[in-house]
Design a protein around this ligand. Structure first.
Ligand code: GLN
Length: 311
């Protein structure tokens, strides 16, 4: 299907105009760095599988990737151990509980159910093939960068803020280990997971990640094939199940596209075969999804008539 770029520009501009200052929500406060990002920032962008870039607002502001990093590490684990092992060891179901839930683990005998909640994400980090902590980290950062088509970097500020406050995640890592669901040293997995959440990227780079996943793993800017074409469907299915946490079902019902949020305020939604749509604004709803990001990304998709279930 050909994309009408003029219509896409109008859709992005009108989504921004309508929703960039929408009220409601609060910055994440449990990670000190995130509490201090200006709440008024707001940006939206779309990148197509042909490499067209359309953006509005603060789309060049660098923000913390946070949980959207889980998508990148899942892509790498799929390359390393394959889709069957990911389904068997991590899972492909919604948890129905908050992203950092301990109860979700207790209810399912230590199986995380999804690579897109904290427990499943740390277990996914542990599935990545690596010879050392630094090797594990550099392979994960490499995958993030290849998906984004830009060399991403760790923010020492974000990382310090998270490493000194991530006690809950450390507890989850040990619980996974005791349940036999951790495949490297649990504190190594937690450390690398915390680093992977602490890289910075722009809304345009996030949309480019989406375009790479929309285009069967080929980055439209670098033209590199970043992952096996047959693997992107598993990433998109996992995003549909749990990408928006407790709002994943509502998002599928109303928007009808795979998506992933992060507590840094980023939202990525993917139109398979066509484009990635990304939005950013720090204030979050109670489930941890950007209030304005959801409105802007959904508005672009709706104006363009993109909905997998309406095709
Ligand atoms: N680093 C954050 C955490 O582990 C990421 C959470 C998120 O973005 N939902 O709590």
């Amino acid at each position: 299907m050909a994309i009408d770029i003029k219509a896409l520009k109008e859709a992005v501009q009108s989504a921004y105009a309508q929703h960039h200052a929408a009220p409601g929500g609060e910055n994440a406060s449990y990670i000190p760095y995130l509490a201090n990002v200006p709440s008024t920032l707001s940006g939206v962008a779309a990148v197509t599988v042909d490499g067209d870039i359309v953006a509005a607002g603060d789309s060049d502001f660098q923000f913390a990737i946070e949980s959207i990093s889980k998508v990148c590490t899942l892509a790498l684990a799929l390359e390393d151990v394959g889709p069957d092992a990911v389904q068997d060891k991590i899972g492909a179901d919604p948890t129905g509980l908050p992203f950092n839930s301990v109860m979700a683990l207790e209810l399912h005998e230590g199986k995380p159910l999804s690579p897109l909640v904290n427990a499943g994400a740390m277990a996914t980090v542990s599935l990545v093939k690596a010879s050392s902590v630094e090797d594990r980290w550099s392979r994960i950062l490499g995958m993030q960068s290849q998906l984004a088509g830009a060399q991403l970097a760790l923010s020492d500020d974000v990382n310090h803020s998270e490493q000194t406050t991530n006690f809950h995640n450390r507890a989850i890592a040990w619980l996974l280990s005791s349940a036999g669901s951790m495949y490297c040293d649990p504190m190594e997995a937690c450390d690398v997971y915390t680093r992977q959440c602490s890289t910075l990227l722009t809304t345009v780079q996030l949309a480019t990640m989406g375009a790479t996943l929309a285009g069967k793993g080929r980055n439209p800017l670098s033209k590199l094939q970043v992952m096996k074409p047959a693997h992107t469907r598993y990433v998109l299915a996992e995003m549909t199940m749990e990408g928006m946490y407790g709002r994943s079902g509502d998002w599928a019902y109303t928007v009808g596209l795979p998506a992933k949020s992060g507590v840094g305020g980023g939202i990525l939604t993917i139109v398979p075969g066509l484009m990635g749509i990304a939005a950013f604004s720090p204030p979050l709803d109670p489930t941890g999804n950007s209030v304005r990001g959801q409105l802007m990304a959904a508005a672009v998709a709706q104006t363009m008539g993109y909905n997998l279930y309406a095709a």
